[in-house]
Design a protein around this ligand. Sequence first.
Ligand code: PMP
Ligand code: GLN
Length: 379
Amino acid sequence: MLRSKLPDVGVTIFTVMSKLSNDHNAINLSQGFPDFDVHPDLLDLVNKYMRSGHNQYAPMQGVSILREMIAEKVMKLYSAGYDPGSEITVTSGATEALFAAITAVVHQGDEVIVLEPAFDSYVPAIKLNGGIPVYVKFKFPEYRIDWDEVKQAVTSKTRLIILNSPHNPTGAVWSHEDIAALKHIVMDTEVLILSDEVYEHIIFDGLGHESISRHPELVSRSFVISSFGKTYHTTGWKIGYCLAPAVLSKEFQKVHQFLTFASNTPIQLAYAEFMRNRDVYLNLSNFYQRKRDRFLTLIEKSRFKPIPCYGTYFQMLDYSEISDESDVEFSKRLIIEHGVASIPPSAFYHQKDDHNVLRFCFAKKDETLNKAAEKLCQI
Ligand code: PMP
Ligand code: GLN
């Protein structure tokens, strides 16, 4: 009899909700992906590199020009000095980077602090490596972290703490005070940090992204992960990267080389060239802030109540005025009876905490948002 390594895991909530949405021909605001096109210049660049013969294995760490462009970007944005030769690894999406980082450092019996709600790939990766997730919850409805609780969760067995800002699914972002509290907690410990910053360029209302890479005291113990999929509307291309000091990168690359060996060559070359135009990622926050504001204005008269979103392309909406069904039940009914798909955030909690809110993705064409909002306002 086959003994499952992940007995409690089924298919992800993103797969379930996107399928249900397709089956019922609903407007899909569930899984996080844009429904608008990739910049034509980026498509031309991929085509150019494919047609000019760049179709074989990339170097294991990623093509050098892309690592150099990433180093330049993080230096300009965060004053972070990562060596492209030994401290940057290009990966097959942030998902692979998260898995490689966790696998590189988590041993049997190590504890890993996970802040809930948490992106769904963290805990399975911890468990597959014999680690023990230790959960601390964001305080609903502000989604703030009580750092005293985090401090209490740290033991002599804590190997890693996983952070994510801007935060999926809540839209919360770290403040300077959060980082100060984190520094204080890890200061005299050997706890490592895994910072998931895939939404680094999608942050609103004039807030700045508190990248861990800005803080030299934290950099020495941190893996910082990002994804080109979010930044360039190319979630299907699956390219991300990991920044980490050389000692950590060396262990990270030992895993990466046997997970995938290397990532897609022509796409890496295309991103490297496209990144020369810094305006694309520098203007992304404005682009998505307009989307967020449009969506909020459109649903103003509905019975859904928004919870403030400061970053990412997800908006949490409280439906407690409409129904007292569980978020899973209500999200399914929303698809089947009203034609709009969302994500029930209980899927991001190990005990399936339910606050009668749903997560809606606003990375959509204006016409898609108009149609979805019209339906939401009729409920
Ligand atoms: N972390 C978070 C918080 C995400 O929302 C996503 C999006 N899927 C990922 C990681 C994975 O990114 P990628 O698609 O590059 O694997
Ligand atoms: N990050 C995306 C989301 O949160 C989906 C990722 C996935 O489907 N694995 O919706």
